[in-house]
Write a protein that binds this ligand. Structure first.
Ligand code: MG
Length: 352
């Protein structure tokens, strides 16, 4: 999938996106869809490794089972191997899709049905301050009311990037930052305080420090007023429990590809809610299959209040027919059963 503009973060730069799509096919011919985008610098999962994990370990946990044994199937998928969360997410998603189709249930209703649409921010890639300001103005003209700025590449120029965007979009636009592990704890504290003093009005800062540095994350959380969100530092429900027991962050970013699917992602949201902590539903650079699944969970559960699900809107052409619709920053879910995916155009079949 070619992108409208190159996607640049503190971790990587890409011009096109590829996704691994799987189908779980029922005896009645119904097809459940799932996806596993490669994010080797985040989850460690590549398309080759995800395909191998599914072929050898995850598919045997699903094939031949009764879809009504959903809980057992999903547990078998999680327990078939450690890690490989993207591969597990693809299979978990497809099983949920098939279950929804059997009972005529759109997945946002399956997960609670709190809403049938969510509002997403739009990601602005890390670039020179003037380029980011231009990209931000364009996002405003497309109807987005919240921006997520990719930063974390040089602390001084990061301050200029955020200042330039705030000047360009005015005071009413929501601005989130994602440093993608790009700062040390002390750099983050200095920089975030400087932005607070300058009145840049930042809603939250995502993953300021390296994923492994939980103490550093807590140090930043303790020393700034802006809310700090854990992303790469939090994959599983257990991670949420551990980080929030330490009060290491103010918010949690849940992604299906980190969690290993919808079931563990819902559990992450419940653990965070139990600690009185808010969640954002995030995504990888992935197709509308996974975005529809993520938005269905987020819309369904009242406790997930923030969304960063713009990935499929970054593609110049969308090969996925059905699923949710993007409408000026709003993601509107379909009332079709399951995910509501009807067709994926131009895919190349892998031998299985
Ligand atoms: Mg992030």
């Amino acid at each position: 999938m070619p992108l409208k503009t190159p996607f640049k973060t503190a971790l990587r730069q890409v011009r096109t996106a590829e996704d691994l799509i799987i189908q779980v096919i029922g005896d009645d011919g119904s097809v459940g869809y799932g996806n596993a985008p490669a994010t080797v610098v985040i989850t460690g999962d590549s398309h080759t490794s995800a395909a191998a994990a599914i072929r050898q370990y995850l598919a045997p946990a699903v094939i031949g089972r009764d879809i009504d044994d959903r809980e057992d199937i999903l547990q078998a998928v999680q327990q078939a191997m450690v890690h490989n969360t993207s591969a597990k997410a693809a299979v978990d998603m497809a099983v949920h899709d098939l279950f929804g189709q059997k009972y005529g249930l759109p997945l946002y209703r399956f997960f609670g049905g709190a809403r049938n649409e969510v509002v997403s921010d739009l990601t602005i890639s890390v670039n020179d301050p003037a380029v980011m300001a231009d990209d931000a103005r364009k996002a405003v003209s497309e109807g987005y009311r919240q921006l997520k700025l990719k930063v974390g590449v040089g602390a001084d120029i990061d301050f200029q990037r955020v200042s330039a965007v705030r000047q360009a979009v005015g005071p009413d636009m929501g601005i989130r930052l994602d440093a993608n592990q790009g700062w040390t704890a002390k750099e983050a504290i200095r920089l975030i305080r400087r932005m607070e003093d300058a009145g840049l009005d930042i809603e939250l800062v995502e993953q300021p420090v390296p994923a492994w540095d939980i103490e550093g994350l807590k140090q930043v959380t303790d020393h700034v007023d802006v809310d700090i969100m854990a992303d790469e530092a939090v994959f599983s429900p257990h991670d949420v429990f551990r980080l929030l027991s330490m009060r290491a962050c103010d918010l949690i970013n849940i992604k299906l590809m980190k969690a290993g699917g919808l079931a563990p992602a819902a559990q992450m949201a419940a653990v965070a809610a139990s600690a009185g902590v808010g969640c954002m539903m995030g995504c990888m650079l992935e197709s509308k299959v996974g975005i529809t699944a993520a938005a269905s969970l987020s819309a369904g559960m009242r406790c997930i209040q923030k969304n960063d699900l713009d990935a499929a809107d970054l593609m110049a052409a969308d090969p996925v027919a059905g699923g949710l619709q993007y409408q000026n920053g709003r993601l509107v879910l379909t009332d079709a059963p399951g995910l509501g995916i009807t067709e994926i155009k131009g895919w190349q079949e892998l031998s299985f």
